[in-house]
Design a protein around this ligand. Sequence first.
Ligand SMILES: *[C@@H]1O[C@H](CO)[C@@H](O)[C@H](O)[C@H]1NC(C)=O
Ligand SMILES: *[C@@H]1O[C@H](CO)[C@@H](O)[C@H](O)[C@H]1NC(C)=O
Ligand SMILES: *[C@@H]1O[C@H](CO)[C@@H](O)[C@H](O)[C@H]1NC(C)=O
Ligand SMILES: *[C@@H]1O[C@H](CO)[C@@H](O)[C@H](O)[C@H]1NC(C)=O
Length: 492
Amino acid sequence: MAAWRTERVLAALGVLSVCAAISSGPLAPGEPGGEVEWAEPWDGAVFRPPAALGAVGVARGPEPPPGREHTADLPVLLWWSPGLFPHFPGDSERIECARGACLASRDRRAQAEPRTRALLFYGTDFRAADAPLPRQAHQSWALLHEESPLNNFLLSHGPGIRLFNLTATFSRHSDYPLPLQWLPGAAYLRRAAPPLRERAEWRRRGYAPLLYLQSHCDVPADRDRYVRELMRYIPVDSYGKCLQNRQLPTVRLQDTATATGEDPELLAFLSRYKFHLALENAICHDYMTEKLWRPMHLGAVPVYRGSPSVRDWMPNNHSIILIDDFESPQKLAEFIDFLDKNDEEYIKYLAYKQPGGITNQFLLDSLEHREWGVNDPLLPNYLNGFECFVCDHELARLDAEKAHASSPGDIPVPEPHVAQPSHMNCPVPTPGFGKVEEIPENDSWKEMWLQDYWQGLDQGEALTAMIHNNETQQKKFWDYLHQIFMKRNQNL
Ligand SMILES: *[C@@H]1O[C@H](CO)[C@@H](O)[C@H](O)[C@H]1NC(C)=O
Ligand SMILES: *[C@@H]1O[C@H](CO)[C@@H](O)[C@H](O)[C@H]1NC(C)=O
Ligand SMILES: *[C@@H]1O[C@H](CO)[C@@H](O)[C@H](O)[C@H]1NC(C)=O
Ligand SMILES: *[C@@H]1O[C@H](CO)[C@@H](O)[C@H](O)[C@H]1NC(C)=O
């Protein structure tokens, strides 16, 4: 084994992640909730998903019942991303879960411990250069990544996601799914819409039919390119930093701090609009945010582009307008104009607010059966929930290993459990409007996001090669990363 080469590959990986950080502009990788918290202040307006974005230290486990195991014997769950450690104060905490107890810790010295059974990672922070290597065969890797892949494209590729054994992502297919992380419940959708005549009155006073409120402008979904084109065919009032053509009416509302809370004045203002442009920052199956749910809460019709499978989650089959159903922005504009002038047709989009109007049983069941809550103090948040999920999984795996050890002839070794690409299914980014071939090579979206996407694959493959200690592959990737580094250096 050539240790020098290993070091060089690692160094190259480190260098690459620095480059990626530079190329991602204002985003701070490694800052949980970076986008929501400051780069895209409008987005957090209605409510915040639970603790992953801050409220750390909420759930102290109950005191252990008498006669339970000593803490010293418990399996250890190590939060490799220490910033997310959901306990306070201190660096370790005994947690009580359905199957039993575990010791949660954020002390990285526990990595090599035989008792450490699982490492927990936050996707936004996960960097190849910071991965705990060498990987211990007895340890599961657990990934929490509820956010958009723009924070880390490594995880959108097979070699990246398959590094993990357990996942909690926005995908319904993940082990601990969080697709409805931004939807507090069915009642949130059912809230009555303001009378249509009020909106008609705002229209008469010169409001556009469509609202756009976006302050994070360069994103993988390249949404502004589409909206810019749409604006040629129908009026859009745009209040955020992106494509801004209007000012919010008061200084207080213009203050981004106001916009990040659940501000009644802001919500009242937004509900003057009949249609809200709702474009996610990245396109992934089941990645849906408040951009989708908030207009529905306010009784507006979302004009949506985001999760390609969003229909599966809608209250009924006639509640939002999907941008991708229209062959061009012009056709979409014509349709919105038609609805704008036909109240009877428009109001059909709000039928889900009527009693019995939510007919999607899959949506209702998913809301009912999830164990975590959104802004609900009576339910666990999904950070603590996932931690217990991992604890239970490891306790079960320990039992299965013990059973196998006691009668190896009858009971097989437990099957490995490996995450799948469906746990974070984000297709190659495409331009918001037009074809990728038509976009010049020096276009910022192409230079930034398309490159980032493919570099995510390279990093995943490089890290896999490191873990499997495959010298041939390591050499190949070192050469590759070196090339990128040289190229980047020339460009800087
Ligand atoms: C919507 O659902 C209704 C009732 O199930 C059905 O009759 C109708 O064809 C559906 N419409 C679309 C566009 O799928
Ligand atoms: C965890 O995933 C890796 C692949 O990344 C696999 O080799 C290993 O067997 C899995 N471990 C368990 C305990 O399932
Ligand atoms: C991209 O290249 C074209 C022609 O090579 C040039 O006219 C244009 O200014 C460049 N755009 C940017 C953003 O650099
Ligand atoms: C190392 O990687 C190469 C290229 O992917 C592959 O052909 C080879 O079988 C691997 N060797 C080992 C020992 O896994």
